[in-house]
Design a protein around this ligand. Structure first.
Ligand code: GLV
Length: 366
């Protein structure tokens, strides 16, 4: 990381180059890749850049504050660590490094069910958090119940319930690479594989434990079990968002899983306005997918998101420089957001609104 001095958004791409050079082909492609033709993955990135900004001038921006409150948690910037599997692929310290960087930056680390460290181990390295825990609904509801209760008992402040994975996607890179995670990696939060071999993180076999019969009626279960708020992650429609909130979700994440599930799914920047409108302030709205700069964060907030989640760039930072690399990524995004706010004449997160975008050019408008 010593060779890297992040000064602009393009440095996230530079960081990815460093990560690519350090990682095995299989691991790099597993993180970088998407489903099928990777159309949605590319569309996510492109849709943010397509949103033109209409900055204000001649406003006092001598003090810009990027901090905000999300489901009761104060963060230094509305940039969260997205849940992503197996940080041990990128760095020996795995999720411990990511969690430390997130805590130091002052944002929420969302720990993945498929993490290489247990939720207790990650809680032990960042006792003060803030942390959220992501899971799927398992066929064995008792297993999910125990997980969310363990999350509550170890200080996770919310449960992120991923709902976009009723089937396994086909990821060409992983198929071509015959990708299998290195055998030393464990996924201690997941149920044991059907083979009974808990030591083999065969994600495909493990994912068979997710329940494809889960419905809106189940959305409130994690809250009933743990008392924690639930954020439903992985929807792109206003009606689904509205129903999730009506069923007790505290928020939703507009997400197509980084283009890793159904290829052809609408880009999240294009889906976001409909979801914001449907939720109508009844819950929090988060978005992920293709956020690559602080300016993209501003665009997401201008479309009505409360915060963004960042996935791949975090892993590139982790591979390039461990905890320090993740800190560099979060700092870069936070500083870019502050700079974009100054350019736009806004000093507080709550002042960022749709008027800052060329609404006539909004994605999807013909
Ligand atoms: C896991 O959720 C993945 O997208 O690989």
């Amino acid at each position: 990381l010593a060779t890297l001095d992040p000064v602009s958004a393009s440095d996230l791409a530079a960081l990815e180059d460093v990560a690519r050079a350090r990682l095995d082909r299989g691991a790099y492609d597993y993180i970088a890749g998407g489903a099928e033709d990777e159309v949605t993955m590319a569309a996510n990135v492109a849709a943010w850049s397509a949103l033109d900004i209409r900055p204000h001038v001649l406003r006092d921006v001598s003090a810009v504050d990027t901090s905000t409150r999300l489901l009761g948690t104060q963060v230094s910037a509305p940039v969260l660590v997205a849940p992503s599997a197996m940080h041990g692929l990128a760095c020996e310290e795995a999720e411990a490094a990511t969690a430390r960087a997130a805590a130091r930056f002052g944002t929420i680390m969302t720990l993945s069910l498929a993490a290489n460290l247990s939720l207790e181990e990650v809680a032990a390295v960042t006792p003060a958090g803030p942390r959220w825990f992501q899971t799927y609904m398992h066929r064995d509801r008792g297993f999910t119940r125990e997980l969310v209760q363990r999350a509550r008992d170890t200080g996770y402040a919310a449960i992120v319930l991923t709902v976009d994975s009723p089937a396994l996607s086909r990821r060409g890179r992983d198929i071509r690479n015959e990708f299998a995670p290195p055998s030393h990696l464990r996924v201690p939060n997941m149920p044991p594989a059907p083979s009974g071999d808990a030591l083999d993180p065969d994600l495909l076999a493990l994912a068979a434990a997710f329940d494809p019969a889960v419905t809106f009626e189940d959305v409130s279960l994690p809250t009933e079990w743990s008392g924690l708020p639930v954020v439903v992650k992985g929807l792109v429609r206003g009606d689904d968002a509205s129903r999730s909130i009506a069923q007790g979700a505290a928020g939703v994440v507009v997400s197509n899983h980084g283009g890793r599930q159904l290829d052809g799914t609408i880009a999240t920047a294009r889906a976001l306005p409909e979801v914001v409108e449907a939720v109508g302030g009844r819950g929090a709205v988060f978005v992920d997918g293709g956020i690559r700069s602080g300016t993209d964060v501003l665009r997401a907030l201008a479309l009505g998101a409360d915060a963004v989640l960042v996935g791949r760039p975090i892993l590139w930072g982790l591979a390039a420089g461990g905890e320090q690399g993740v800190t560099a990524v979060l700092t870069m995004l936070g500083e870019e957001l502050a700079r974009a706010m100054a350019f736009c004449g806004v000093t507080r997160i709550s002042e960022i609104d749709r008027d800052l975008l060329d609404w006539a050019d909004r994605p999807g408008r013909r």
